[in-house]
Design a protein around this ligand. Structure first.
Ligand code: AP5
Length: 219
C-alpha cells in the first residue's frame, strides 16, 4: 500500500496514518513529526524549520524534499508507506512524482480528508500529544486519558506550539493557498479519493479501507 494523506490541519491524517501503518506493517512518514524531531534535537534543519513552524508557515520546499527523499530510501519504506503531510505544494508533488518514477514506484491512492473549519478548529484546540512517542489525543474525545499522561509511555501530554489560535488561523490560510491546489493536481491524475473526515475516528478508518480496497498488496 502506497498512499498520500492530504488535507487541512486537524483533519485527522496523523490519527488514521498511525492506525493503518500499524495494521498493514508499512511506514508512516509524517513530515511534521520528522521536523519536530529535528527541532527537539536542535539540528541545523530543526533550528531553521522551527522559525517557519512556530509562525504557521511552510518550511521551504528544498529542505522538505531532500528530507523525504532520504526517508523513502530507508528499508521500512520498501514494503509500503503512508505519506502524511507531504506533498504540501505543487513543487513538492512534482518532486515526488520524479522520485517515485525514478524508483519505479506507483501510488495506490491519494486520500483527501474533508472536514469543515469548525471541526478543524475544535480538534486542533483540543489536541494533546505525547512528546516522547508522538501519540495523538484529544481532550474532547471520550478516550482522553484522565491523568493527562500518554497511554503508551506515561509521559505528560503537551499542546503543540502551533496549535495556539493565532498560529492555527495562519496554518489554515496557508493550507488554502499552498496545499488545496493539490486536489486538482491529483484529481487530474485520477487517483484522488475523498473521505468525510468529520465522522467518528473508526468510521473514517473503515471508509479509507473501503475506498482503498483494504488489502495489503505491498509484499
Ligand atoms: P504537520 O504536523 O504535518 O501538521 P498539519 O498537516 O497541519 O496536520 P496536523 O498534524 O495539525 O493534523 P492531522 O490532520 O494530522 O490531525 P490529527 O490526526 O493530529 O505540520 C506542522 C508544520 O510542519 C507545518 O505547519 C509546517 O510548518 C511544517 N511542515 C510539515 N510538513 C511540511 C511540508 N510537507 N512542507 C512544508 N512544511 C511542512 O488530529 C487532530 C486532532 O483531532 C487530534 O487531537 C485527534 O485526536 C483528533 N481527531 C482526529 N480524528 C478524529 C475524529 N475522526 N474524531 C474526533 N477527533 C479526531
Amino acid at each position: 500500500m502506497r498512499m498520500i494523506f492530504l488535507g487541512p490541519p486537524g483533519a485527522g491524517k496523523g490519527t488514521q496514518a498511525v492506525k493503518l501503518a500499524a495494521k498493514y506493517g508499512i511506514a508512516h512518514i509524517s513530515t511534521g513529526d520528522m521536523l519536530r524531531e529535528h527541532v527537539r534535537n536542535e539540528t541545523e534543519l530543526g533550528k531553521e524549520a522551527k522559525i517557519y513552524m512556530d509562525s504557521g508557515r511552510l518550511v521551504p520546499d528544498e529542505l522538505i524534499i531532500e528530507m523525504v527523499r532520504r526517508r523513502l530510501k530507508k528499508e521500512d519504506s520498501k514494503k509500503g508507506f503512508i505519506l502524511d503531510g507531504f506533498p504540501r505544494t505543487v513543487k513538492q508533488a512534482e518532486a515526488l512524482d520524479e522520485l517515485l518514477k525514478s524508483e519505479g514506484i506507483v501510488l495506490d491512492a491519494v486520500v483527501f480528508f474533508d472536514a469543515d473549519e469548525e471541526t478543524l478548529v475544535r480538534r486542533l484546540s483540543g489536541r494533546r500529544v505525547c512528546p516522547n512517542c508522538n501519540a495523538i489525543y484529544n481532550v474532547y474525545n471520550e478516550d482522553y486519558p484522565s491523568e493527562d499522561c500518554c497511554k503508551n509511555c506515561g509521559v505528560k501530554l503537551v499542546q503543540r506550539d502551533d496549535d495556539k489560535p493565532d498560529v492555527v488561523r495562519q496554518r489554515l490560510k496557508v493550507y488554502e493557498k499552498e496545499t488545496a491546489p493539490l486536489l486538482a493536481y491529483y484529481k487530474d491524475k485520477g487517483n484522488l479519493i475523498a473521505v468525510d473526515a468529520s465522522l467518528e475516528s473508526d468510521e473514517v478508518l473503515r471508509a479509507i479501507e473501503g475506498l482503498c480496497g483494504g488489502k495489503d498488496d505491498s509484499n
